[in-house]
Ligand binder design. Structure first.
Ligand SMILES: [Zn+2]
Length: 280
């Protein structure tokens, strides 16, 4: 049933595109402890972590799942900190952004009865079924997905920027928007499968493993803020003469593919650390 749902889904992507989320999930899986791997495999049944990692985007086309649509991103305006934003969102009853959603999914997987009851009540009230009929599987899919999202710099927006969705750009002469460039285009441009891409990330990025380990959720988001600001600062370095749009091409790909690799690597590795601490 789940496989069917995955197959039938559209090409519309939010957050890292499908391959971005699969790369994060692959890196996560490669860095799981034996015990965590066993637990996750058994909860997911006949699905791979790399498959379910894209499910949270697929369900965004289902109206009944609208209650979860704000869980993929967060707004952190200039001058704000992630701590302030998280504190404010936790003071409400709803799950308001990706930071809170990551904490919420962790609580569910750690067996917090209040969180489990809250999630199950939300799904019941909105008439949706959990992934594979399991609240735990649902939380695993959301958690690996959202940790990916918070590492995508265009998912940590500021007021009015719509995560770069409203900014038209040319990417190798094709008109698209800045959000899509970061979700998908830079990754697709490399023309690698998600497993090949994950291998490259392992090779190029894993000297950073130790620094990634020491960071916490709010710092991951602030790293994205820093990248976001530098993406905006360099956006008009090269423009198209006839349209005036930013023209992003080989130089842009060259400059930023390492950032994409680093964010996918950090996301995958940190997701593994979290799962390892849950399934001790
Ligand atoms: Zn997402």
């Amino acid at each position: 049933m789940l496989s069917m749902a995955l197959l039938l889904c559209t090409q519309i992507c939010f957050g890292w595109g499908q391959n971005g989320h699969r790369i994060t999930a692959q890196i996560c899986y490669d860095n799981l402890s034996k015990k965590a791997k066993r637990q996750i495999d058994s909860i997911l049944g006949d699905e791979f972590l790399t498959q379910v990692a894209t499910w949270p985007d697929f369900i965004r086309s289902e109206k009944n799942w609208d209650f979860a649509k704000d869980w993929h991103h967060v707004t952190i305006n200039p001058g704000q900190t992630a701590e302030e934003v998280l504190k404010a969102s936790k003071s409400t009853d709803t799950i308001d952004n990706v930071l809170e959603a990551i904490e919420f999914m962790q609580s569910i997987l750690r067996g917090d009865k209040t969180a489990i009851a809250k999630m199950e009540a939300l799904m019941k009230k909105n008439g949706v079924t959990p992934l594979g009929g399991s609240t735990q599987a649902t939380a695993i899919a959301f958690l690996v997905h959202f940790i990916g999202d918070v590492h995508q710099p265009m998912h940590v927006g500021k007021d009015g920027d719509f995560g770069g969705n409203s900014i038209s750009v040319l990417f190798f002469n094709e008109r698209t928007n800045l959000h899509s460039v970061w979700d998908e285009a830079i990754i697709q441009q490399e023309q690698l499968s998600f497993t090949e891409f994950a291998e490259f990330v392992n090779k190029h990025q894993f000297s950073h493993k130790q620094e990634w380990e020491e960071d916490k959720l709010t710092e991951w988001a602030m790293e994205s803020v820093e990248y976001r600001d530098s993406i905006y600062a360099t956006l008009y370095t090269s423009t198209d003469k006839s349209t005036g749009l930013p023209s992003l091409s080989y130089q842009y790909q060259h400059d930023y593919v390492t950032v994409v690799e680093a964010r996918l690597g950090a996301g995958g590795y940190r997701a593994a650390q979290i799962f390892n601490s849950i399934y001790k």
